[in-house]
Structure formats: structure tokens, C-alpha cells
Write a protein that binds this ligand. Structure first.
Ligand code: 5GP
Length: 201
């Protein structure tokens, strides 16, 4: 953040059908950019192998998750694959106020709610898998079970039907290219005149 030219932070939302490569893209962006922070979601689903509490998700049982909803601690939440996922509000508000940017790995429902709650602060990027065969291969490589794969393939089609609600659509047929494109979108969004609070009215 520039001290002399303070800018309001922005919300970069990456959405995609599971297995489209969204996690690889977000990891790479976060590693390259100290001004970008990942929003860590709360979820009722069980941790997968290798997932750590507070790093990948805040894993909560249903009563604890619903208590967060009741206390208005979530900026948005949604049912995805029969589990609840939501974005804790406090870290996002704090980062935006500091002029830092937040990356969201959420679904189309979360993107829609975030746009309504934080109008003008959201840049939405939809990541498309190059084709459905590639999507299935990626889900298998990740070790998801057969039931999950079938469910997620059906859900992928539903997710793609919302792609037009996003500002950008990036086809992930070559990971390095997709990363560069999303980084360019972020770079341009940071320079938008609407975000430069210091400019004369
Ligand atoms: P997974 O279980 O594979 O980690 O995530 C399943 C889906 O839930 C993904 O599409 C992911 O982007 C979405 N998701 C993760 N966190 C949130 C969240 O906080 N809010 C919403 N609306 N979706 C989320």
C-alpha cells in the first residue's frame, strides 16, 4: 500500500467448478504478492488429508457454524455439496480498511452475496476448466471418491451456468498463462480510478 496515495482494498473472487485449478492459481498469486491475503472460510465439511485448521479452513460442526450465522459473523455463506461454507467478516473488513486486498476462493453464491454486500469492492473471476474430461481427471488425481466425483461433475455444469455473473472468465488450459491473466486483472483493478480515494473529486 502506498502511504501517500491511500487506496481502498478490493475483493478478488476466484470461482470455478471444483478441480478447475483454482487452488493452484490462488496459491501462486498469494505467494507472489504480499499485499494479497487469503480469506479463510469456515466450513462444516470434514478436513481432507493434508488440510489444517485455520490454514485451509476453520472446520466447525453445524451448531458452531450456525452460531456464527446468528451472530452475524459471516459476510456470506452458502450450502455447497450439502455442507455449509462461509466467509468470516472481521478479517475482510480489517484488510480492506488497511488498503490491502483479499482473495476469496468461494462459489458463485458467495460471489453474488459479496457483490451485494460490498458493491464496488468486488472483482469476480470465473476459472473455466478447458474441458469436462480434464476436469474429471483433475478430481481423480486429487483422490476424491467416486460419489464425490459424480456429484462434483454434475455441480460443475451448474457452477458454469453462473459464469456470466463474473467480470472475467479465464480458461485454465495452461496454468502459467491462467496465473498471469489473473495477476494482470488484479493489477489493473488496483489502478482503477474508483479505488483512488486520494484523487480530487
Ligand atoms: P471444497 O470442499 O472443495 O474445499 O470447496 C467446495 C466449494 O465451496 C468450492 O467451490 C469453494 O470455492 C466453495 N467455498 C469455499 N469456501 C466458501 C465460502 O466461504 N463461501 C462460499 N459461498 N463458498 C465457499
Amino acid at each position: 500500500m502506498s502511504v501517500h496515495f491511500p487506496r481502498r482494498g478490493l475483493c478478488l473472487v476466484l470461482a470455478a467448478p471444483s478441480g478447475a485449478g483454482k487452488t493452484s492459481i490462488s496459491r501462486s498469486l498469494l505467494a507472489a504478492d504480499p499485499g494479497l491475503h487469503l480469506s479463510i472460510s469456515a466450513t462444516t465439511r470434514a478436513p481432507r488429508a493434508g488440510e489444517t485448521e485455520g490454514v485451509h479452513y476453520f472446520f466447525r460442526d453445524r451448531p458452531a457454524f450456525d452460531a456464527m450465522i446468528a451472530a452475524d459473523e459471516l459476510l456470506e455463506w452458502a450450502d455447497v455439496f450439502g455442507q455449509r461454507y462461509g466467509t468470516p467478516r472481521a478479517p475482510v473488513s480489517a484488510a480492506l480498511a488497511r488498503g490491502e486486498d483479499v482473495l476469496f476462493d468461494i462459489d458463485w453464491q458467495g460471489h453474488r452475496q459479496l457483490r451485494a454486500t460490498l458493491p464496488g469492492d468486488v472483482v469476480g473471476v470465473f476459472i473455466m476448466p478447458p474441458d469436462f474430461a480434464a476436469l474429471e481427471t483433475r478430481l481423480r488425481a486429487r483422490g476424491d471418491n467416486e460419489n464425490d466425483i459424480a456429484r462434483r461433475m454434475a455441480a460443475a455444469e451448474a457452477e458454469i451456468s453462473h459464469a456470466r455473473e463474473f467480470d472475467y472468465c479465464v480458461v485454465n488450459d495452461a496454468l502459467a498463462d491462467a496465473i498471469a491473466t489473473v495477476a494482470a486483472i488484479l493489477r489493473a483493478a488496483r489502478a482503477a480510478t474508483a479505488r483512488q480515494a486520494w484523487l480530487p473529486a
